[in-house]
Write a protein that binds this ligand. Sequence first.
Ligand code: IMP
Ligand code: MG
Length: 173
Amino acid sequence: MKLSREPLVTSARIQGRVAELAAEVSRDYAGREVILVVVLKGGFIFAADLVRRITVPVSVDFIRARSYRGQESAGPIEFQWVCEDGIAGKHVLVLEDILDTGRTAAAILDYLKRHKPATLALCTLLDKPARREVAIVADYVGFTIDNHFVVGYGLDYDQQGRELPDVWILDMA
Ligand code: IMP
Ligand code: MG
């Protein structure tokens, strides 16, 4: 795996932005309890950092959605619903690593809506609006980036690179 010479987003910038997002979420959900539904696998590091900075009562659950093989989107999205407790009547905030075409997040939000949460919102660490194929706007966005394939801070290329503290551009050359 060949990476860009410099990180696209450094760990220090990520940590600063995660603190801001956590403050925003804590303010917006004041007086309520929030369920973070983390989209696996890519969202796990973002979730771990964010949850430790949120100051309202929070519980954590997970959902698995797969559509990618390497860099290409491969057909329909498979779901694995791993939320142990129901979400009906609860305040649900979905945590994604990246919004690309938007298909995964749109499908997840549709799916969760059917379980009748009181409120449903979307938070993504990274957003690539240039690649959008379905109309979807996240309620919370960490960083808007250009059309690059990136790895690190939970994001992978064929399961590689998730452990990197910074976000890097994958060098296709
Ligand atoms: P979407 O359905 O096209 O929006 O894709 C969303 C999913 O594709 C994300 O949750 C990621 O798992 C994966 N993905 C999209 N772009 C990237 C990238 O640049 N690096 C790593 N994974 C990506
Ligand atoms: Mg992925």
